[in-house]
Ligand binder design. Structure first.
Ligand code: SAM
Length: 195
């Protein structure tokens, strides 16, 4: 069994959008307790690399690497780059991260506009991290609670990828306002200092 019902959301997103392939390098942000990590490892297979990051400790999963840290700290983002490399691609077209997925969510206060704003901030943090990590052609997924700032976020993401869709997985509770931004095909490698 999976550690979270969230696992079924990632399965659906992957079925809809074709995200994780055999041998892929996947970075999962907000990964505790680890349901998405279990699904990502199944899809990426033995030859894949899966790294999960969370504020909370993640109980070990075979073949999965974890980092404990706050994604809003630059230091945590640097640790990820040190672990998996940035978006640079070698002559064979290998290297860089294939997929960045984020299920990060704020602690809910019940105050709609505050929860929405915090969720957009976490999704933006994930988006910026994806730009540091993804190889050209790489894909990005982030959870966001729907609200007035969702469209701006979507437009920003759209500029960096071939296209972006918003998906409300059936495994999400019907009443929930959570959406996933699913962006396919990172357009260019990041411009890095010293290049
Ligand atoms: N996808 C996970 C699974 O399948 O088990 C469930 C993720 S849960 C919905 C959201 C997670 O985001 C929580 O574990 C929380 O600690 C994490 N989170 C929230 N803010 C974060 C931050 N600033 N940095 C890292 N993780 C964060």
């Amino acid at each position: 069994g999976y550690r979270s019902r969230a696992a079924y959301k990632l399965k659906q997103l992957d079925e809809d959008a074709g995200l994780i392939g055999d041998g892929d390098t996947v970075v999962d942000l907000g990964a505790a307790p680890g349901g998405w990590l279990q699904v990502a490892k199944e899809l990426a297979g033995e030859g894949g690399t899966v790294v999960g990051v969370d504020l909370q400790r993640i109980k070990p999963i075979d073949g999965v690497d974890t980092i404990r840290g706050d994604m809003t700290d630059a230091e945590t983002r640097e640790k990820i780059v040190a672990r998996v490399g940035g978006g640079e691609t070698d002559a064979e077209g290998d290297g860089g991260v294939d997929v960045v997925i984020s299920d990060m969510a704020p602690n809910m206060t019940g105050e709609y506009s505050l929860d929405h704003a915090r969720s957009v901030y976490l999704a933006r943090t994930a988006f910026e991290t994806s730009l540091d990590l993804l190889a050209p052609g790489g894909d990005f997924v982030a959870k966001v609670f729907e609200g007035p700032d969702t469209n701006d976020l979507r437009a920003n993401i759209d500029r960096e990828f071939e296209y972006v869709r918003t998906i409300h997985p059936k495994a999400s509770r019907d009443s929930s306002s959570e959406l996933y931004m699913v962006a396919k095909g990172r357009l260019t490698a990041p411009v890095r200092e010293g290049d």
